[in-house]
Design a protein around this ligand. Structure first.
Ligand code: ZN
Length: 519
């Protein structure tokens, strides 16, 4: 029998989304066993106990990155952060779980895509992970597979693309079908909200004008293209009373659409990402082509420099709910595939390692949000929406010991020279961030400490998720019971009906006047 693994995090300030307390945390065999003062008196330590001193530090639930694309085959390339290096980098940044996307090509099986992604991830992941699955086309087979994925494979979220025309994009009627199915099986619908037709036409126009550089990427998909699709998705989801999750909210106008819909009572959640909160789209106009190209992602970073602050304010005030990174990294030589045509620049930026620090710096250090809201937007809300709570996203008895010891006063400077990601560029280069993860613990094991990893490929686990997450479905179910309109009981019309002919009304009716009903 394996020896008990015991870990005591002593003297820190334990922060959850709803409260903070000075407390020790005792971890046994990967799970939190106790949270309280003076859990073990000095000198009384059982054999095998490891003690971590957290005095003056914060003890936070490990981050959940809701949106990554590790080793993603995309736009003629494959993202360079694979499930091994990508999840290692996540741990270095205080993130202990990622949710990636299995994305089938049109006409291909969703279950095969899911199995393929599992076969890539399982032997490589260093932290726990889960998978969203994309619906890129519609058929009875897709409908059936969504059910199987939900019932047997641990998937409770499906993403639909309103952009990437001819590759992943689905039409409104397919969105309607997919949203309806999500609701039947208790999943949450996710959308990449951009108008794919307008982008395709805009791109043609830019190229015809001779605009081939990275700035063309933003110019052909202005904010309205994102805001329109966001509102359309919310309208369609609302029509079928399906909960909706907007991935990567990148613009002020799209964020406003989400905020307005929430105030209008819609069950919708918006996910800004580290890139959109930490930097902006002015970089697309940088004189150096590569610098500009490294910032290309979809939807684009917005050139309006007030965007990151605006998104952070909405995130702080619960208009936006979770944070991901959309980590999908391509090296310079891969970005150069689009050197003569911006539509061929592989879309994607980094963020999995730096997300927590960016949000601490721009959100907490700036005074926009407190430490509890930080925990809510970096882990707890995601755990609730994707039905991982309270196993993940909370430090409490019985929860997985995914924990970060966080120094809120220390600073670090972000740089591609020192980051742990595979990509050779960092969109946050030179940014000084308060908030440094000192120790990262994944299911009870210290996996990162003082810059040193103690983790192997495959140490992470796939975490299955059950359907009908209470956090989102309680309201949906109640609305179905109480808000379904009932037909009005009224006396049927008993009078004559005028039959229209090709020349107008039938001979027996009077021109221009309606015949009175017979008593
Ligand atoms: Zn994405």
């Amino acid at each position: 029998m394996a020896a008990r693994s015991l870990l005591l995090i002593r003297g820190g300030r334990v922060v959850n989304d709803d409260s903070s307390q000075e407390a020790d945390v005792l971890v046994e065999d990967g799970v939190v066993r106790a949270v309280g003062r003076h859990l073990l008196p000095p000198g009384d330590a059982p054999a095998g106990l490891r003690v971590l001193d957290a005095a003056g530090k914060l003890v936070l639930p490990g981050g959940i990155d809701t949106h990554t694309h590790m080793q993603f085959p995309f736009m003629g390339s494959r993202s360079v952060d694979d499930f091994h290096l990508g999840t290692k980098a996540a741990l270095a940044g205080g993130t202990t779980m990622i949710i990636d996307f299995a994305i089938p090509h049109k006409g291909h099986s969703l279950i095969e895509a899911f199995d393929t992604w599992r076969s890539w991830a399982d032997p490589k992941v260093c932290c726990d992970y889960s998978l969203h699955v994309a619906v890129t086309w519609w058929s009875d087979q897709v409908k059936e597979e969504m059910k199987i994925l939900t019932q047997d494979k641990g998937v409770n979220s499906f993403k639909m693309f309103m952009a990437y025309k001819d590759m992943y994009m689905v039409r409104d009627v397919e969105l309607y079908e997919a949203f309806s199915r999500c609701k039947e099986i208790g999943a949450i619908a996710q959308v990449h909200a951009e108008n794919g037709d307008l982008i395709a036409e805009g791109a043609k126009k830019m190229l015809a004008l001779g605009i081939t550089g990275p700035e063309g990427h933003e110019l052909c998909r202005p904010e309205a293209v994102e805001a329109e699709a966001t509102l359309r998705a919310i309208t369609i989801a609302s029509a079928v009373n399906c909960p909706l999750y907007i991935v990567h909210v990148m613009s002020k106008s799209a964020a406003k659409v989400v905020a307005d819909a929430r105030r209008d009572g819609k069950v919708v959640y918006g996910e800004p990402i580290a890139a959109g909160l930490g930097t902006d789209g002015t970089h697309h106009w940088d004189r150096e082509w590569l610098h500009a190209a490294h910032h290309v992602m979809g939807p684009p970073l917005r050139p309006d420099p007030s965007t990151p602050d605006f998104l952070m304010n909405l995130l702080a005030n619960d208009d936006l709910t979770t944070t991901g990174s959309d980590n999908c990294t391509f090296n310079s030589c891969q970005k150069a595939l689009g050197k003569d045509d911006f539509t061929k620049i592989p879309n994607g930026v980094n963020g999995v390692e730096d997300r927590m620090s960016i949000i601490w710096e721009k959100g907490v250090h700036s005074g926009k949000m407190d430490e509890n809201r930080f925990v809510a937007v970096t882990s707890t809300n995601a755990a609730k929406i994707f039905n991982l709570y309270p196993r993940k996203g909370r430090i409490a008895v019985g929860s997985d010991a995914d924990i970060v010891i966080w120094d809120p006063k220390a600073t670090r400077t972000i740089s591609a020279k020192t980051h742990h990601q595979a990509v050779n560029f960092n969109i946050f280069e030179g940014m000084v961030c308060h908030g440094v993860p000192l120790v990262t613990i994944s299911r009870g094991k210290v996996v990162y400490e003082a810059g040193v990893f103690s983790v192997s490929a495959g140490d992470g686990k796939f975490i299955p998720r059950k359907p009908f997450a209470e956090y989102i479905y309680k309201r949906i179910k109640q609305r179905d019971q109480t808000c379904t309109p009932t037909p009005v009981k009224r006396e049927p019309y008993k009078g004559e009906v005028v039959t229209l002919t090709s020349r107008g009304t039938k001979e027996d009716s009077t021109h221009g006047t309606r015949k009175q009903a017979q008593p």
